[in-house]
Design a protein around this ligand. Structure first.
Ligand code: UD1
Ligand code: CA
Length: 453
């Protein structure tokens, strides 16, 4: 039978060092609140019940933690008396009786399901406590894992450690698994007689052992256990997240010329054989199908780019942009809530907003769909294989039929039927020789001004 599990996520810290008006765990990594990354890792370890221990911004934190498929209950820790005290804020949830309790931190957003699963396996194999440790050459500030004969005998906090203990480089990530049937009994025995006067969760190691229980530790990659205390660390975490995701995408068949200049969002999807040139930024909700090319300096958010389509350089795709197979959106173009049909070309300096561009249509340089009258947004429909001449303004709501032509420089305010040619500009006049007279008059005016001085 499958073991039941509750994850207790500690997120009640004051975030003092973030120097922020909002809780640390609300700050984004890859365009998503830190806390949501943690809930995702928890969900990946087959845990569907979460007790979130919150302090400040309780409501916002609970909302940000709501990731699909996971049931979240928030518990307020009124005073911040230490990690052991924090876990007990979720006493009610723990008392429901789970096989496994996972304790994790809301400010460790790079964690994955791997270490959480390994810790749960340790419980299944008979340990009462399984601590998740990591090796580091900068152990200062962390609790040290003291091991003997393959068992964890204690976690020593930096402030309470001897010199010999401080030399240990295997550290406590803070994450651990606890036998759910014994958790409340063990937690209730934690006291606060230590250097900080706090209730240390780490005391569980010695408490469980004193009651005859087995305590072990599993190792996790240091990167995954990176915590966030200030904005400099937040930037490091962002960099590590980006590196990890870019690497995964490249391994899955995406080409990146200069990966260190490409920025992804938590949900960016890119298919095999897509090429991403340097300095491309993906906001949330971007899907790039296999074989598409994103040229340099493009910004893509809430948009879909189909196979064989090309974007940029210097293009911006905003939410609702949808490029069909082999469509082209070129330099200095913006598409918002607009479909660009199969093989259609929007190549230069154009705005397509609230519009549909038919398959094979050609939109000339500087075309603007005038979708907004200051109050309402309206739609522009451009038919298949239509041709819109350069520097045209299409004043929505308006439609251009299939195979129609719009002359350059037109302001189109009424519908153009299929196969029609539309002019929306003054007719050109040519006056032979008039340039000479014009220039002579200008020179005369200049001479008159100079003689007055
Ligand atoms: C803790 C561990 C230490 C470990 C380190 C890893 C203890 C006693 N020490 O130390 O062994 O190496 O984490 O980073 O557990 N929190 C609350 N309420 C509280 C106290 C803390 O919600 O009353 C939350 C914090 O928001 C944070 C986490 O628990 O997310 C850790 O708290 P923190 O004070 O940073 O613990 P450390 O002293 O760093
Ligand atoms: Ca800390």
């Amino acid at each position: 039978m499958e073991r039941t599990c509750l994850a207790v996520i500690l997120a009640a810290g004051d975030s003092t060092r973030m120097k922020s008006s909002k809780s640390k765990v609300l700050h984004p990594v890859a365009n998503r609140p830190m806390i949501a990354h943690v809930v995702d890792a928890v969900a990946g370890a087959d845990i569907s019940s979460v007790a979130l221990v919150v302090g400040r911004d309780a409501e916002e934190v609970a909302k940000a933690a709501s990731v699909g498929g996971v049931e979240i209950e928030a518990y307020l820790q009124k005073e911040r008396l230490g990690t052991g005290h924090a876990v007990l804020a979720a006493r009610e949830a723990i008392a429901r009786g789970y096989d496994d309790i996972i304790v994790t931190y809301g400010d460790v957003p790079l964690q994955t399901d791997g270490p959480l699963k390994a810790a749960r396996q340790g419980l299944a194999a008979g340990s009462d406590i399984v601590v998740i440790g990591f090796n580091t050459d900068r152990p200062t500030g962390y609790g040290r894992l003291l091991v003997k004969d393959g068992e964890l005998i204690a976690i020593r906090e930096e402030k309470d450690a001897t010199d010999a203990e401080r030399a240990v480089t295997w550290c406590n990530s803070g994450l651990m698994a606890i036998n759910g049937r014994k958790a409340l009994e063990l937690l209730s025995r934690i006291g606060n007689s230590n250097a900080k006067g706090e209730y240390y969760l780490t005391d569980l190691v010695e408490i469980a052992r004193s009651l005859g229980g087995r305590v072990t530790a599993v190792d996790a990659p240091e990167v995954e256990m990176t915590g966030c205390n200030n904005r400099a660390e937040l930037a490091v975490i962002e960099r590590l997240w980006q590196e990890r995701r870019r690497h995964a995408l490249m391994i899955s068949g995406v080409s990146m010329v200069a990966p260190e200049t490409v920025f992804l969002s938590y949900d960016t999807v890119i298919g095999q054989d897509a090429l991403i040139e340097p300095n491309v930024v993906f906001g949330p909700g971007a899907v790039v199908d296999g074989g598409a090319v994103i040229h340099a300096f493009s910004h893509i958010e809430g948009a879909h780019v189909s196979a064989g389509a090309t974007v940029g350089p210097f293009a911006r795709l905003r939410p609702g942009a949808d490029l069909a197979v082999n469509a082209k959106v070129g330099n200095f173009c913006e598409v918002k809530n607009g479909k660009v049909g199969e093989g259609a070309k929007v190549n230069h300096l154009t705005y397509i907003g609230d519009a549909k561009v038919g398959a094979g249509a050609n939109i000339g340089a500087g075309t603007v769909t005038c979708n907004y009258d200051g109050v309402n947004k309206s739609e522009t429909l451009i038919g298949a294989n239509a041709f819109v001449g350069s520097n045209s303004s299409l004043v929505a709501p308006v439609s251009i039929g299939d195979n129609a032509y719009v002359a350059s420089g037109s302001v189109i305010t009424s519908d153009v039927p299929a196969d029609a040619l539309a002019f929306g500009r003054a007719r050109q006049e040519v006056k032979p020789g008039r340039a000479v007279a014009l220039r002579e008059r200008a020179l005369a005016i200049k001479a008159a001004k100079q003689s007055k001085r």
